[in-house]
Design a protein around this ligand. Structure first.
Ligand SMILES: C[S@@+](CC[C@H](N)C(=O)[O-])C[C@H]1O[C@@H](n2cnc3c(N)ncnc32)[C@H](O)[C@@H]1O
Length: 286
């Protein structure tokens, strides 16, 4: 029997979905009910909403299962008492389960790491370690993931889960503001084949400049930017500093003539970036 997969759940509460289209369809459903629209019209709006979740489930159902260790991190993240911890002053930020990349994006990251024959991965923004462990699982035995995280609470929490995996020893955690950490890594002349940006959206452009200008991206390396769609704020109205930061990052990046980029609409949007010369066939760059 195949291993159970981590299916996307229909959200229990209908606040704001990361895809603004879903939020709008929820609003429409409520309006149709309250204005007494015919059953047929209400059903059509229910069906439209179902199509979104069906597509998400279909993608998950046709993706290889996550390892048991990743599934454990996923479960722990969903039930951890984040609000209480923040109220008690144990976490710096108000951390939420929705911050985790999760199953589909985790598997996608594993493909990128494996396809690029990466040996060294740098992550900005570890949270509960889902993406760090996903990358570590796809690395060779002598591979390494350095993951930067602001919140010391997470280091203690996550280490226990990394120990449970044979791949956990490939991961080292650096606590502190990611911008400081990556500058130190650049001082030490370190470079990485895959760099996953998933920390403070407001600082993405600063992270990117350090990565590109201080040699952190190895030759033929790839930058993977999470939340490139940022809950639709980049193509609708921006609602907060994070949305503004993400939108500015996307626009600045599109003007950078050194690189090629593609924005993939997986989860909250993933933008891939490579130097132009690394995208050309061998010999073309000369
Ligand atoms: C979206 S979560 C990362 C999710 C994780 N990569 C995953 O896939 O499960 C963002 C993380 O970045 C951390 N963070 C926020 N600002 C930061 C900063 N300035 N430096 C380092 N980490 C930061 C937060 O504490 C949080 O854990």
């Amino acid at each position: 029997m195949s291993e159970p997969k981590q299916m996307a759940q229909q959200p229990a509460s209908r606040g704001r979905h990361r895809d603004p289209m879903v939020t709008k369809l929820w609003e429409l459903q409520d309006k149709l009910k309250s204005t007494g629209a015919t059953d047929e019209i209400q059903k059509t709006s229910d069906d439209a909403l179902d199509l979104f979740f069906k597509r998400e489930h279909y993608c998950e159902d046709h993706t290889s299962p996550a390892s048991p260790e990743l599934q454990q991190i996923n479960q722990m993240t969903l039930i951890h008492p984040w609000d209480d911890l923040h109220e008690q002053g144990k976490t710096i930020l108000n951390l939420r389960p929705g911050m985790m990349s999760g199953f589909l994006e985790g598997q996608f990251l594993q493909f990128l790491v494996s396809m690029s024959n990466a040996k060294r991965v740098l992550e900005l923004g570890m949270y509960t370690g889902y993406s760090a462990l996903a990358c570590a699982e796809a690395l060779p035995d002598d591979g390494e993931v350095i993951t930067c995280e602001l919140d010391p609470y997470l280091e203690t929490l996550v280490k226990e889960y990394f120990y449970k995996s044979v791949h956990g020893r490939k991961i080292s955690i650096r606590i502190g503001p990611a911008l400081e950490t990556i500058n130190k890594l650049a001082d030490d002349k370190q470079s990485f084949d895959i760099i996953f940006l998933d920390a403070n959206k407001d600082q993405y452009w600063e992270y990117y400049q350090v990565i590109m200008d201080r040699g952190l991206l190895a030759p033929r390396g790839t930058i993977v930017v999470d939340n490139a769609l940022f809950q639709g704020q980049v193509y609708c109205e921006t609602k907060d500093k994070m949305g503004e930061g993400m939108k500015a990052f996307n626009e600045n990046l599109s003007r950078d003539t050194r690189v090629k980029t593609v924005l993939v609409p997986i989860r909250d949007g993933v933008r891939l970036i490579r130097r132009i010369e690394d995208m050309l066939a061998k010999g073309q760059a000369d």
